[in-house]
Design a protein around this ligand. Structure first.
Ligand code: UDP
Length: 370
Protein backbone atom coordinates (compact mmCIF):
# COMPACT_ATOMS: atom_id res chain seq x y z
CA UNK A 1 0.00 0.00 0.00
CA UNK A 2 1.33 3.44 -0.89
CA UNK A 3 1.48 5.86 2.00
CA UNK A 4 0.91 9.30 0.46
CA UNK A 5 2.72 11.55 2.97
CA UNK A 6 5.86 11.42 5.11
CA UNK A 7 4.17 13.43 7.85
CA UNK A 8 0.63 14.02 8.99
CA UNK A 9 0.70 17.19 11.07
CA UNK A 10 -2.26 17.75 13.33
CA UNK A 11 -2.69 21.45 13.98
CA UNK A 12 -1.67 24.40 11.78
CA UNK A 13 -0.49 26.58 14.66
CA UNK A 14 3.06 27.87 14.97
CA UNK A 15 4.51 24.49 15.95
CA UNK A 16 2.81 22.54 13.18
CA UNK A 17 3.45 25.20 10.51
CA UNK A 18 7.14 25.56 11.44
CA UNK A 19 7.72 21.81 11.51
CA UNK A 20 5.95 21.42 8.16
CA UNK A 21 8.00 24.23 6.60
CA UNK A 22 11.32 22.85 7.75
CA UNK A 23 10.81 19.24 6.73
CA UNK A 24 9.21 20.24 3.40
CA UNK A 25 12.22 22.36 2.63
CA UNK A 26 14.23 19.16 2.90
CA UNK A 27 12.04 17.23 0.50
CA UNK A 28 9.56 15.60 2.89
CA UNK A 29 5.87 15.57 2.04
CA UNK A 30 3.38 16.85 4.61
CA UNK A 31 -0.34 16.98 5.09
CA UNK A 32 -1.49 19.46 7.71
CA UNK A 33 -4.97 19.09 9.15
CA UNK A 34 -6.56 21.86 11.19
CA UNK A 35 -9.86 21.76 13.02
CA UNK A 36 -10.38 25.51 12.79
CA UNK A 37 -11.21 27.30 9.54
CA UNK A 38 -7.81 29.02 9.50
CA UNK A 39 -4.13 28.45 10.23
CA UNK A 40 -1.90 30.23 12.74
CA UNK A 41 -3.41 28.80 15.92
CA UNK A 42 -3.88 31.52 18.48
CA UNK A 43 -1.76 34.02 16.53
CA UNK A 44 -4.53 34.29 13.92
CA UNK A 45 -5.64 37.86 13.15
CA UNK A 46 -8.99 38.94 11.71
CA UNK A 47 -8.86 42.07 9.64
CA UNK A 48 -11.28 44.83 10.50
CA UNK A 49 -10.82 47.56 7.86
CA UNK A 50 -7.05 47.74 8.14
CA UNK A 51 -6.81 46.75 11.81
CA UNK A 52 -5.44 43.27 12.55
CA UNK A 53 -7.47 42.00 15.45
CA UNK A 54 -5.67 39.38 17.56
CA UNK A 55 -8.71 37.13 17.83
CA UNK A 56 -7.26 34.79 20.45
CA UNK A 57 -5.37 37.26 22.59
CA UNK A 58 -2.50 39.67 22.10
CA UNK A 59 0.68 38.23 20.62
CA UNK A 60 3.90 40.20 20.77
CA UNK A 61 6.88 38.53 19.23
CA UNK A 62 10.09 38.76 21.25
CA UNK A 63 13.14 36.58 21.40
CA UNK A 64 16.77 36.38 22.42
CA UNK A 65 17.44 33.52 20.04
CA UNK A 66 19.35 34.70 16.98
CA UNK A 67 18.47 31.66 14.88
CA UNK A 68 14.72 31.99 15.60
CA UNK A 69 14.79 35.70 14.73
CA UNK A 70 16.63 35.00 11.47
CA UNK A 71 14.22 32.19 10.69
CA UNK A 72 11.00 34.21 11.11
CA UNK A 73 12.51 37.10 9.16
CA UNK A 74 12.72 34.82 6.14
CA UNK A 75 8.93 34.97 5.97
CA UNK A 76 7.95 38.39 7.34
CA UNK A 77 9.48 41.65 8.44
CA UNK A 78 8.75 43.08 11.85
CA UNK A 79 7.81 46.61 12.88
CA UNK A 80 9.42 48.42 15.81
CA UNK A 81 6.63 47.86 18.34
CA UNK A 82 7.86 47.64 21.92
CA UNK A 83 5.41 46.33 24.47
CA UNK A 84 4.95 48.90 27.26
CA UNK A 85 1.77 47.91 29.03
CA UNK A 86 0.05 49.99 31.67
CA UNK A 87 -1.54 48.78 34.87
CA UNK A 88 -4.83 50.34 35.94
CA UNK A 89 -5.37 50.07 39.68
CA UNK A 90 -8.34 51.93 41.18
CA UNK A 91 -8.38 54.32 38.24
CA UNK A 92 -4.68 55.23 38.44
CA UNK A 93 -2.28 54.23 35.68
CA UNK A 94 1.17 52.78 36.38
CA UNK A 95 3.88 51.61 34.01
CA UNK A 96 4.82 47.98 33.68
CA UNK A 97 7.00 46.02 34.01
CA UNK A 98 8.09 47.07 37.49
CA UNK A 99 10.61 49.85 36.86
CA UNK A 100 11.56 53.36 38.00
CA UNK A 101 8.39 54.84 36.43
CA UNK A 102 6.28 52.45 38.50
CA UNK A 103 8.24 53.10 41.72
CA UNK A 104 8.11 56.86 41.15
CA UNK A 105 4.32 56.86 40.79
CA UNK A 106 3.87 54.43 43.67
CA UNK A 107 6.22 55.87 46.28
CA UNK A 108 7.41 59.21 44.89
CA UNK A 109 11.02 57.99 44.70
CA UNK A 110 13.16 59.56 41.96
CA UNK A 111 16.48 57.76 41.94
CA UNK A 112 17.48 54.10 41.72
CA UNK A 113 19.10 54.39 45.16
CA UNK A 114 15.85 55.64 46.71
CA UNK A 115 13.86 52.93 44.95
CA UNK A 116 16.26 50.18 46.04
CA UNK A 117 16.07 51.38 49.64
CA UNK A 118 12.27 51.28 49.48
CA UNK A 119 12.23 47.82 47.90
CA UNK A 120 14.71 46.50 50.45
CA UNK A 121 12.44 47.75 53.22
CA UNK A 122 9.41 46.19 51.52
CA UNK A 123 11.17 42.88 50.98
CA UNK A 124 12.77 42.71 54.42
CA UNK A 125 9.85 40.82 55.96
CA UNK A 126 10.20 38.02 53.43
CA UNK A 127 13.90 37.36 53.30
CA UNK A 128 13.57 34.21 55.38
CA UNK A 129 12.02 32.63 52.27
CA UNK A 130 15.01 30.92 50.69
CA UNK A 131 13.37 28.71 48.08
CA UNK A 132 9.97 30.24 47.13
CA UNK A 133 7.47 27.39 47.05
CA UNK A 134 4.75 29.24 45.17
CA UNK A 135 3.96 32.41 43.27
CA UNK A 136 3.01 34.41 46.36
CA UNK A 137 6.28 33.64 48.13
CA UNK A 138 8.25 34.35 44.98
CA UNK A 139 6.52 37.70 44.43
CA UNK A 140 6.85 38.84 48.06
CA UNK A 141 10.51 37.91 48.13
CA UNK A 142 11.14 39.71 44.86
CA UNK A 143 8.93 42.80 45.18
CA UNK A 144 7.64 43.08 48.74
CA UNK A 145 4.23 43.96 50.08
CA UNK A 146 2.99 47.01 48.09
CA UNK A 147 3.75 45.73 44.62
CA UNK A 148 2.40 42.29 45.44
CA UNK A 149 -0.84 43.68 46.82
CA UNK A 150 -1.46 46.27 44.08
CA UNK A 151 -0.17 44.65 40.91
CA UNK A 152 0.16 40.94 41.43
CA UNK A 153 -2.26 39.29 43.84
CA UNK A 154 -5.55 40.46 42.28
CA UNK A 155 -4.41 40.07 38.69
CA UNK A 156 -2.85 36.68 39.24
CA UNK A 157 -5.72 35.20 41.21
CA UNK A 158 -8.33 36.22 38.66
CA UNK A 159 -6.10 35.22 35.75
CA UNK A 160 -5.52 31.73 37.14
CA UNK A 161 -8.72 31.26 39.16
CA UNK A 162 -6.95 30.09 42.31
CA UNK A 163 -4.94 31.48 45.23
CA UNK A 164 -1.42 32.65 44.40
CA UNK A 165 -0.16 30.22 47.03
CA UNK A 166 -1.27 27.36 44.77
CA UNK A 167 0.58 28.56 41.68
CA UNK A 168 4.13 27.74 40.61
CA UNK A 169 6.72 30.44 41.30
CA UNK A 170 8.11 30.43 37.75
CA UNK A 171 5.06 32.24 36.31
CA UNK A 172 6.07 35.52 37.94
CA UNK A 173 9.72 35.14 37.00
CA UNK A 174 8.61 36.00 33.47
CA UNK A 175 8.20 39.64 34.51
CA UNK A 176 11.28 41.88 34.47
CA UNK A 177 12.09 44.05 37.46
CA UNK A 178 14.48 46.91 36.90
CA UNK A 179 15.85 50.14 38.33
CA UNK A 180 15.88 52.20 35.14
CA UNK A 181 13.14 54.31 33.56
CA UNK A 182 12.53 51.63 30.94
CA UNK A 183 8.98 50.48 30.21
CA UNK A 184 9.95 47.71 27.77
CA UNK A 185 8.07 44.66 29.04
CA UNK A 186 10.68 42.29 27.64
CA UNK A 187 14.42 41.96 28.07
CA UNK A 188 14.97 40.31 24.70
CA UNK A 189 17.05 42.01 22.01
CA UNK A 190 14.51 41.29 19.25
CA UNK A 191 10.87 42.39 19.40
CA UNK A 192 8.07 43.48 17.09
CA UNK A 193 4.83 42.65 15.32
CA UNK A 194 4.97 41.14 11.84
CA UNK A 195 4.14 43.78 9.26
CA UNK A 196 0.61 42.98 8.10
CA UNK A 197 -0.14 41.00 11.29
CA UNK A 198 0.59 37.35 12.02
CA UNK A 199 -1.27 35.76 9.11
CA UNK A 200 1.48 36.53 6.57
CA UNK A 201 3.89 34.58 8.81
CA UNK A 202 1.65 31.52 8.76
CA UNK A 203 1.02 31.89 5.04
CA UNK A 204 4.77 32.06 4.47
CA UNK A 205 5.45 29.00 6.59
CA UNK A 206 2.74 26.93 4.92
CA UNK A 207 3.45 28.00 1.34
CA UNK A 208 3.21 24.99 -0.99
CA UNK A 209 2.01 22.65 1.78
CA UNK A 210 -1.39 20.96 1.68
CA UNK A 211 -3.59 22.14 4.56
CA UNK A 212 -7.09 20.80 5.14
CA UNK A 213 -9.19 23.13 7.28
CA UNK A 214 -12.28 22.31 9.34
CA UNK A 215 -10.80 18.85 9.70
CA UNK A 216 -10.90 17.14 13.07
CA UNK A 217 -8.40 14.33 13.51
CA UNK A 218 -10.47 12.70 16.25
CA UNK A 219 -13.43 12.24 13.94
CA UNK A 220 -11.51 9.78 11.77
CA UNK A 221 -8.26 8.77 13.42
CA UNK A 222 -7.68 5.56 11.55
CA UNK A 223 -8.12 7.17 8.17
CA UNK A 224 -5.76 10.07 8.95
CA UNK A 225 -3.17 7.76 10.52
CA UNK A 226 -3.11 5.73 7.31
CA UNK A 227 -2.11 8.78 5.27
CA UNK A 228 1.44 9.23 6.55
CA UNK A 229 4.46 7.38 7.86
CA UNK A 230 4.68 9.59 10.92
CA UNK A 231 2.32 11.85 12.82
CA UNK A 232 3.09 15.14 14.53
CA UNK A 233 0.42 15.96 17.07
CA UNK A 234 0.13 19.51 18.43
CA UNK A 235 -3.21 19.31 20.27
CA UNK A 236 -3.90 18.40 23.90
CA UNK A 237 -1.90 15.32 24.83
CA UNK A 238 -4.58 14.08 27.26
CA UNK A 239 -7.17 14.08 24.48
CA UNK A 240 -4.79 12.13 22.22
CA UNK A 241 -4.65 9.36 24.81
CA UNK A 242 -8.36 9.46 25.52
CA UNK A 243 -7.86 10.99 28.98
CA UNK A 244 -6.48 7.65 30.23
CA UNK A 245 -4.70 9.29 33.15
CA UNK A 246 -7.35 11.95 33.70
CA UNK A 247 -7.85 15.47 32.34
CA UNK A 248 -5.05 18.02 32.41
CA UNK A 249 -6.24 21.40 33.65
CA UNK A 250 -5.94 24.54 31.61
CA UNK A 251 -6.95 28.12 32.08
CA UNK A 252 -9.18 29.47 29.38
CA UNK A 253 -10.05 32.96 28.21
CA UNK A 254 -13.07 34.72 26.80
CA UNK A 255 -12.61 37.67 24.45
CA UNK A 256 -15.13 40.45 23.88
CA UNK A 257 -14.17 42.30 20.73
CA UNK A 258 -15.73 45.68 20.08
CA UNK A 259 -15.40 48.18 17.24
CA UNK A 260 -15.61 51.82 18.23
CA UNK A 261 -15.97 54.77 15.88
CA UNK A 262 -13.27 56.77 17.62
CA UNK A 263 -9.62 57.16 16.72
CA UNK A 264 -8.17 55.86 19.99
CA UNK A 265 -9.72 54.36 23.10
CA UNK A 266 -6.80 54.04 25.53
CA UNK A 267 -3.73 55.34 23.67
CA UNK A 268 -1.81 52.13 24.28
CA UNK A 269 -1.94 48.55 23.00
CA UNK A 270 -2.26 46.87 26.40
CA UNK A 271 -3.79 48.09 29.66
CA UNK A 272 -3.97 45.58 32.51
CA UNK A 273 -6.68 45.88 35.14
CA UNK A 274 -5.07 44.69 38.33
CA UNK A 275 -7.92 44.90 40.84
CA UNK A 276 -9.53 41.60 41.76
CA UNK A 277 -12.98 43.23 41.57
CA UNK A 278 -12.67 44.14 37.86
CA UNK A 279 -13.77 40.97 36.05
CA UNK A 280 -11.44 41.27 33.05
CA UNK A 281 -7.63 41.17 33.17
CA UNK A 282 -6.81 43.52 30.32
CA UNK A 283 -8.06 45.63 27.45
CA UNK A 284 -6.19 45.33 24.17
CA UNK A 285 -6.42 48.08 21.55
CA UNK A 286 -5.15 46.33 18.44
CA UNK A 287 -4.32 49.25 16.16
CA UNK A 288 -1.49 50.38 18.45
CA UNK A 289 0.46 47.18 17.72
CA UNK A 290 0.90 48.55 14.21
CA UNK A 291 0.73 52.31 14.81
CA UNK A 292 -2.64 52.40 13.01
CA UNK A 293 -4.05 55.77 11.95
CA UNK A 294 -7.59 54.62 11.13
CA UNK A 295 -10.61 56.69 12.15
CA UNK A 296 -12.04 53.65 13.96
CA UNK A 297 -10.59 51.31 16.56
CA UNK A 298 -11.10 47.76 17.85
CA UNK A 299 -10.72 46.90 21.52
CA UNK A 300 -10.88 43.56 23.29
CA UNK A 301 -11.77 42.86 26.88
CA UNK A 302 -9.99 39.69 28.02
CA UNK A 303 -11.80 37.65 30.67
CA UNK A 304 -10.28 34.62 32.38
CA UNK A 305 -12.48 31.56 32.17
CA UNK A 306 -12.62 28.13 33.78
CA UNK A 307 -11.64 25.43 31.36
CA UNK A 308 -13.66 22.36 30.57
CA UNK A 309 -13.17 19.87 27.76
CA UNK A 310 -14.69 21.34 24.59
CA UNK A 311 -13.69 24.99 25.01
CA UNK A 312 -10.34 26.49 23.99
CA UNK A 313 -7.46 25.69 26.35
CA UNK A 314 -5.02 28.62 26.63
CA UNK A 315 -2.61 28.25 29.54
CA UNK A 316 -1.42 24.94 30.99
CA UNK A 317 -1.68 24.92 34.79
CA UNK A 318 1.70 23.46 35.65
CA UNK A 319 1.03 22.56 39.29
CA UNK A 320 2.20 19.36 40.95
CA UNK A 321 -0.97 17.39 40.36
CA UNK A 322 -1.13 18.21 36.65
CA UNK A 323 2.58 17.66 36.13
CA UNK A 324 2.24 14.19 37.64
CA UNK A 325 -0.48 13.36 35.10
CA UNK A 326 1.48 14.94 32.29
CA UNK A 327 4.50 12.80 33.14
CA UNK A 328 2.37 9.70 32.67
CA UNK A 329 1.17 10.92 29.28
CA UNK A 330 4.71 11.82 28.32
CA UNK A 331 5.98 8.35 29.23
CA UNK A 332 3.21 6.81 27.16
CA UNK A 333 3.97 9.09 24.23
CA UNK A 334 7.58 7.92 24.01
CA UNK A 335 6.48 4.33 23.42
CA UNK A 336 5.42 5.01 19.83
CA UNK A 337 8.29 6.61 17.88
CA UNK A 338 6.02 7.23 14.89
CA UNK A 339 3.93 9.77 16.75
CA UNK A 340 5.71 12.97 17.77
CA UNK A 341 4.30 15.60 20.11
CA UNK A 342 5.02 19.30 20.15
CA UNK A 343 3.77 22.78 21.06
CA UNK A 344 2.12 24.42 24.04
CA UNK A 345 -0.71 21.91 24.33
CA UNK A 346 1.07 18.65 23.54
CA UNK A 347 4.06 19.50 25.73
CA UNK A 348 1.85 21.10 28.39
CA UNK A 349 4.28 24.02 28.62
CA UNK A 350 3.87 27.79 29.00
CA UNK A 351 5.70 28.45 25.74
CA UNK A 352 6.17 31.83 24.13
CA UNK A 353 6.08 31.98 20.34
CA UNK A 354 9.85 31.83 20.00
CA UNK A 355 10.03 28.77 22.28
CA UNK A 356 7.44 27.09 20.09
CA UNK A 357 9.30 27.83 16.89
CA UNK A 358 12.60 26.75 18.41
CA UNK A 359 11.10 23.46 19.60
CA UNK A 360 9.56 22.79 16.17
CA UNK A 361 12.85 23.49 14.40
CA UNK A 362 14.65 21.21 16.80
CA UNK A 363 12.23 18.36 16.23
CA UNK A 364 12.40 18.86 12.45
CA UNK A 365 16.19 18.78 12.53
CA UNK A 366 16.14 15.64 14.63
CA UNK A 367 13.83 14.01 12.10
CA UNK A 368 15.99 15.17 9.20
CA UNK A 369 19.17 14.21 11.05
CA UNK A 370 20.73 17.59 10.29
N1 UDP B 1 1.16 39.39 36.31
C1 UDP B 1 0.71 40.15 37.35
N2 UDP B 1 0.33 41.44 37.12
C2 UDP B 1 0.41 42.01 35.89
C3 UDP B 1 0.90 41.23 34.82
C4 UDP B 1 1.25 39.92 35.06
O1 UDP B 1 0.61 39.68 38.47
O2 UDP B 1 0.06 43.20 35.75
C5 UDP B 1 1.53 37.99 36.58
C6 UDP B 1 0.35 37.03 36.39
O3 UDP B 1 0.44 35.98 37.34
C7 UDP B 1 0.59 36.50 35.00
C8 UDP B 1 2.11 36.41 34.95
O4 UDP B 1 2.55 37.54 35.70
O5 UDP B 1 -0.03 35.25 34.80
C9 UDP B 1 2.72 36.43 33.57
O6 UDP B 1 2.30 37.58 32.90
P1 UDP B 1 2.47 37.77 31.33
O7 UDP B 1 2.03 39.15 30.98
O8 UDP B 1 3.84 37.33 30.96
O9 UDP B 1 1.42 36.70 30.80
P2 UDP B 1 0.74 36.42 29.39
O10 UDP B 1 0.99 37.59 28.51
O11 UDP B 1 1.34 35.13 28.91
O12 UDP B 1 -0.69 36.26 29.74
Amino acid sequence: MIIPFDYLIIGAGLFGATFAQKVSEHGKTCLVIEKRAHAGGNTYCREEEGIHVHEYGAHIFHTDKDHVWQYVNRFVHFNHFINSPLANYKGKLYNLPFNMNTFNKLWGVNTPAEAKAKITEQRSLYQQITEPKNLEEQALKLCGEDIYRIFIKGYTEKQWGCPATELPAFIIRRLPFRFTYDNNYFNDPYQGIPIGGYNPLTVGLLKGIEVRYNTNYFENREYFDSLARKTVFTGCIDEFFNYTFGNLDYRSLRFEHERLEINSFQGNAVVNYNEASVPFTRIIEHKHFEFGQQAHTVITHEYPLNYKVGIEPYYPINNENNMKKFKQYKEKSILNPNVLFGGRLAEYAYYDMDDTIEAALLLAKKELRI
